[in-house]
Design a protein around this ligand. Structure first.
Ligand SMILES: Cc1cc2nc3c(=O)[nH]c(=O)nc-3n(C[C@H](O)[C@H](O)[C@H](O)COP(=O)(O)OP(=O)(O)OC[C@H]3O[C@@H](n4cnc5c(N)ncnc54)[C@H](O)[C@@H]3O)c2cc1C
Length: 285
């Protein structure tokens, strides 16, 4: 087999140019950990690999303050370990620490990147990023475009933003929430696709009513997504057992997960409803 050509541009614009030149024969590579798994399972290796690891600005993590508060900006090529160990992320985004710490092993996290986890579409970080209302920035050849992650993820076909664009940054606004939770259920510690990941946030207003609830699900072959209808049901409600019961029933009604060789759809559905209610009621450990 011919060895692929590995390009190591130092600028975002150059990486983009190389991708345009070789089109579907070229692929961005960040930590390479997911891509390697695909090759090992028989997927063809593209002729051109564009290594993003030498673009300095894509590996930086910085806190940005503005009039109303602050946000953290993570270069897409920042490793999962760098994000996990960053003091500001540890202090202000504990849900990220929980999610990052549950991905693979320390050795993989030293190589794998946040942009790579997001770009393959099923990463375990995505539900956490969705409930934190993350923004992403990508380069489209002329300019840097910033949009909500949820919009970026909308299309997963070949011509979608997710597949065709060069992701450069992920931004998390600081949220004032009273409850946050994240839980990943897998079959074993070492890598196998997670069965389910759930994440949620909400705050309580001065009347003890739920405000701005955000819930997300992912895992296995489930494309990570928000549960907007359940969120609508929670908005403005005072937490109590009767509410949790109604919400539990609604999740069972609405969530139609896929089955795989190991896990039935019904099992995933029940685990999802149980975990989300445990998270919302503050009893998820
Ligand atoms: C042993 C092992 C265990 C794992 N465990 C988990 C786990 O528990 N949970 C989990 O979610 N994942 C897991 N993975 C999958 C995956 O490797 C990691 O999630 C990792 O974060 C992917 O990052 P990467 O930088 O290595 O991506 P890469 O392999 O470099 O790239 C992944 C995809 O994203 C694209 N891409 C990368 N960066 C960009 C960019 N900046 N812009 C546009 N496209 C880009 C690539 O073209 C490719 O399609 C595991 C992998 C291994 C090998």
């Amino acid at each position: 087999m011919n060895e692929p050509m590995v390009w190591s541009p130092k600028k975002i614009e150059d990486a983009w140019e190389i991708k345009q030149k070789y089109g579907s024969n070229a692929r961005y590579i960040s930590g390479g950990t997911w891509i390697q798994l695909r090759w090992e399972s028989g997927e063809p290796v593209p002729r051109h690999l564009i290594n993003l690891g030498n673009i300095n600005e894509m590996s930086q993590i910085r806190l940005r303050t503005n009039g109303n508060g602050f946000s953290i900006i993570m270069g897409a090529a920042s490793t999962l370990s760098a994000c996990l160990n960053h003091p500001d992320i540890q202090k202000h985004w504990p849900i990220m620490v929980n999610a990052l710490g549950g991905i693979a092993s320390p050795a993989v996290r030293n190589q794998a990147t946040i942009g790579g986890n997001l770009s393959f579409g099923y990463g375990d970080l995505i539900p956490a990023l969705l409930v934190l209302d993350a923004l992403v920035t990508w380069f489209d050849g002329k300019q840097y475009v910033t949009d909500k992650l949820i919009n970026f993820l909308k299309n997963t076909n070949e011509s979608s933003t997710l597949v065709s664009n060069l992701l450069t940054e992920i931004l998390l606004p600081k949220a004032i929430v009273t409850t946050t939770f994240y839980k990943k259920i897998g079959r074993r510690e070492a890598f196998s696709p997670s069965i389910l990941t759930v994440a949620g946030t909400y705050k309580l207003n001065s009347n003890n009513e739920i405000d701005q609830p955000r819930l997300a699900l992912g895992g296995g072959e489930e494309l990570p997504h928000r549960l907007f209808l359940v969120e609508d049901m929670l908005q403005g409600q005072v937490p109590n057992d009767a509410l949790w019961k109604r919400v539990h029933a609604k999740i069972l009604e609405l969530f139609e997960p896929c089955s795989d060789r190991f896990t039935s759809s019904q099992y995933r559905k029940e685990v999802a409803a149980n975990l989300l209610i445990a998270g919302l009621s503050g009893s998820l450990v």
